[in-house]
Design a protein around this ligand. Sequence first.
Ligand code: LR7
Ligand code: MN
Length: 522
Amino acid sequence: MFVCICVLCVCLTAVISRNQEGPGEMGKAVLIPKDDQEKMKELFKINQFNLMASDLIALNRSLPDVRLEGCKTKVYPDELPNTSVVIVFHNEAWSTLLRTVYSVINRSPHYLLSEVILVDDASERDFLKLTLENYVKNLEVPVKIIRMEERSGLIRARLRGAAASKGQVITFLDAHCECTLGWLEPLLARIKEDRKTVVCPIIDVISDDTFEYMAGSDMTYGGFNWKLNFRWYPVPQREMDRRKGDRTLPVRTPTMAGGLFSIDRNYFEEIGTYDAGMDIWGGENLEMSFRIWQCGGSLEIVTCSHVGHVFRKATPYTFPGGTGHVINKNNRRLAEVWMDEFKDFFYIISPGVVKVDYGDVSVRKTLRENLKCKPFSWYLENIYPDSQIPRRYYSLGEIRNVETNQCLDNMGRKENEKVGIFNCHGMGGNQVFSYTADKEIRTDDLCLDVSRLNGPVIMLKCHHMRGNQLWEYDAERLTLRHVNSNQCLDEPSEEDKMVPTMQDCSGTRSQQWLLRNMTLGA
Ligand code: LR7
Ligand code: MN
């Protein structure tokens, strides 16, 4: 007896230590030796991630437990709704796809897993056909494979997977994810508490270069910019206060990244599934986020649930119809149906977009009416007051100097850099500014900020605290007075013709500015 236990011990430690030493175990980075790096670079192009590294890592590799301490001891009800896991893919790599599937099967209680559904969006790779079918037959949980007849894009592929699923909850994942210990229970428990809550895990980062597993933050949530790109922003103080500082409680998030979430299946249908008129990639995440909030649901990041995702810098696959066209079309559908007059921010910053045909959205508009959804202004005021799109504003468009006829221009510069000035081009983009009701001058998520007498005028993240970002526009004198310094925005100096200056207010023409679409004093 004694001997037996001992042998078992030895075996067990052997297994554990071997496991923890293999490439990528415990989420460690995989480094490719110099001699193989040419090959590595070639392989990288196939999926836009380090395929050689991924292929070296076990399909069931171990991962660190990155949860907050308070999450590890939480107890969830025994009776939870079960879920189908729907994973759509187009030309995904074998190792990332299967590692996603294994992480779901190995790290979810099986009584909570109804099935895994893989939807193949018309992939062209041979190993994703029969080889995949035969392989998944041997797994411990039923894995169903559905094939799209033609390339349909992730939105319609997910719709197909959802329609075929049987679970009480549908959980969507991208095809290059890794679920961590305890990822599922907190998601399902939250839906059990409130079936109209759509929940996302914290999305951890799997490096596209090394496949290192890095914990995501519970201090960021989802937003979007004027171009309707999804963006992460810091969780604001009001949301910390609402949770009384308990970081293990779910964060109410204005938007979701889109790829990883769970939703009650009946609620998914009630609220209008997805917009099937959206193609390939993009827009559906904001569309669903706005719809959930405006139509009476809520959207949360459940901070006790962690799932990793391989973030890539480029897309590896084609966009039939052209990348720009597809994304603009999807975004127009989203803007036209959900954003009311605030779609102007999107259209003014990218004027070319209005030429893109977005098809028929009448079915989606009817859905919005039938569900009695609230206006976008309600969403901005109540769900996303710190939004980049101001709820109330006086002007939107170029800011033109009367004397020189030049326009303020953010020059595509980033946070902490000077705002520029340039010939007006009337093409939106870098020359779009909004003078908001809070009297800030914004260009997307940056605000004009002056912290010293005589400038410079730099662009900083808008802080909504007035201070150095408070500007008074005088609609008669046409001056932009910076309140803290009591100086006025003026034309460039001789030394640097590319940036505006700050001068004592004198009423000269060089201190007069015309703000496009101005409503102040009108
Ligand atoms: O035509 C396609 N058909 C597909 O089946 C194009 C893609 N796909 C599959 C693809 O194989 C993958 O499994 O769809 C999934 C998502 O495509 P990715 O991984 O190329 O996209 P992404 O990770 O850059 O995209 C994010 O935004 C998308 C907008 O449409 C989707 O919502 C993705 O699900 C979403 N991913 C995430 O939210 C993970 C976190 C990323 C962030 C931030
Ligand atoms: Mn992805």
